[in-house]
Design a protein around this ligand. Structure first.
Ligand SMILES: Nc1ncnc2c1ncn2[C@@H]1O[C@H](COP(=O)(O)OP(=O)(O)OP(=O)(O)O)[C@@H](O)[C@H]1O
Length: 289
C-alpha cells in the first residue's frame, strides 16, 4: 500500500493483512497523490490535495467525509471525467485518462434513467451503445441483472411508474450489466427514506456476495460507511486529504446496534471532526488507551 508523501495521520488503524487475501494481490485501482481542482474565471478551487489510496479486487472501499471535502470530485476523476492537476490514477496499472465501460457510476439522483425507455431498455442501452452486445444478448443480460435486483417483473414498465428505491435498483442493474472493473457509487441511497435506504444497503451487500464486484462508494454517513464498506478512507475538510483509513469488514447491517460498531462510529466521528492537527494526537491517545 503506497502511503508515501500523503497526509495520513492515522494509518496504523489499518492492517494490510485485513485486505482480501493475506498476500496482497496487485491493486486494481491506484489513486496516487491526486490533487484535483476546478477552475472558474474568478478563481481556482482545490477540491482534493495529494490523496492516495489503493483499491483491491472485490473490496468495498468507502470515501467518507464532510460535505465539500471532495468525495464526488474524486469519484468523477476515477470515472475519467476530471484529470488530476497532480498525481495519477491507474486502473490495472494503466493511467486513467477518460471515461470507459470499465468504470460505471451510479448517482444519487432518481432521474438517471431516460424516461422514454422501459426499464429493460434502460439496462440494455449502455450494452448496445458501447457495442458490447447485440440486441438479443443485451436483452437477456438486462433481464438477468433485473432479476438480481428483484425487478424482473417491471422490465416493461417505465421509470415514472417506479418508486425512488426501484429506480436506484434499475440504475444498479444497468451498471452491473456492463460488468465494470469497478462500480462507482456517489451517495446512491442518500435521497431515499431511512427504511428504503437500509433495505438498499442490505440488497447491495447481498448482490456483492453473489456477484463479487469491486466497489468505490461515497457517503457522508458514518453508519452507512461502516455497513457498506470493508475499508474506509476518512477525508478531511476542504481541500480533501486522506486523514485515516479504517478496516470495517467486520461490520454489517446486523452489527449496527452492537458496542464495537458504536465505538468505531464514535471514533470516526472524533477523527473527522477533530481540529486540524488534533487528529494525529487523538489517534495516538486512542492507541495508547
Ligand atoms: N463544478 C464545480 N466548480 C467549482 N467548484 C466545484 C465544482 N464542483 C465542486 N466544487 C467544489 O469542490 C469542492 C469539493 O466538492 P465535492 O462535490 O467533490 O464535495 P463532496 O465531498 O462530494 O460534498 P457533498 O458531500 O456535499 O456532495 C467543494 O468546495 C465544491 O464547492
Amino acid at each position: 500500500m503506497q502511503k508515501e508523501g500523503i497526509a495520513v495521520t492515522d494509518i496504523s488503524l489499518v492492517s494490510t493483512s485485513d485486505a482480501p487475501g493475506h498476500a496482497l494481490p496487485a491493486p486494481l485501482l491506484e489513486v496516487d497523490r491526486v490533487s484535483l481542482e476546478y477552475r472558474t474565471p474568478e478563481r481556482v478551487v482545490r477540491a482534493t490535495h495529494q490523496v492516495s489510496f489503493d483499491l483491491y479486487p472485490a473490496e468495498r472501499y468507502v470515501l467518507l467525509g464532510p460535505s465539500g471535502c471532495g468525495k464526488s470530485t474524486l469519484l468523477k476523476s476515477v470515472a475519467g471525467f476530471l484529470p488530476p492537476v497532480e498525481g495519477e490514477i491507474r486502473l490495472d496499472g494503466r493511467v486513467v485518462r477518460q471515461p470507459g465501460p470499465d468504470r460505471i457510476v451510479v448517482f444519487q439522483e432518481f432521474d438517471q434513467l431516460p424516461p422514454w425507455k422501459t426499464v429493460r431498455q434502460n439496462v440494455m442501452f449502455p450494452l448496445l451503445a458501447s457495442g458490447r452486445l447485440g440486441r438479443r444478448e443485451a436483452g437477456e443480460r438486462a433481464l438477468h441483472y433485473l432479476e438480481k435486483v428483484g425487478l424482473a417483473a417491471f422490465a416493461e414498465a417505465y421509470p415514472h411508474q417506479l418508486s425512488g428505491g426501484m429506480k436506484q435498483r434499475v440504475a444498479i442493474a444497468r451498471a452491473l450489466a456492463m460488468q465494470p472493473r469497478i462500480l462507482l457509487m456517489d451517495e446512491p441511497f442518500a435521497a431515499l427514506d431511512a427504511l428504503t435506504r437500509r433495505k438498499m444497503q442490505e440488497e447491495l451487500l447481498a448482490l456483492w456476495d453473489e456477484v463479487g464486484f469491486t466497489l468505490l462508494f461515497v457517503t457522508h454517513s458514518i453508519e452507512e460507511a461502516l455497513v457498506v464498506g470493508s475499508r474506509i478512507a476518512l477525508l478531511s475538510p476542504h481541500p480533501g486529504r486522506v486523514h485515516a483509513e479504517i478496516n470495517s469488514h467486520e461490520f454489517g447491517l446486523h452489527s449496527t446496534g452492537n458496542h464495537r460498531f458504536q465505538a468505531t462510529a464514535q471514533r470516526i466521528h472524533r477523527l473527522l471532526f477533530a481540529e486540524p492537527g488534533q487528529a494525529g494526537a487523538q489517534a495516538l491517545q486512542e492507541r495508547a488507551a
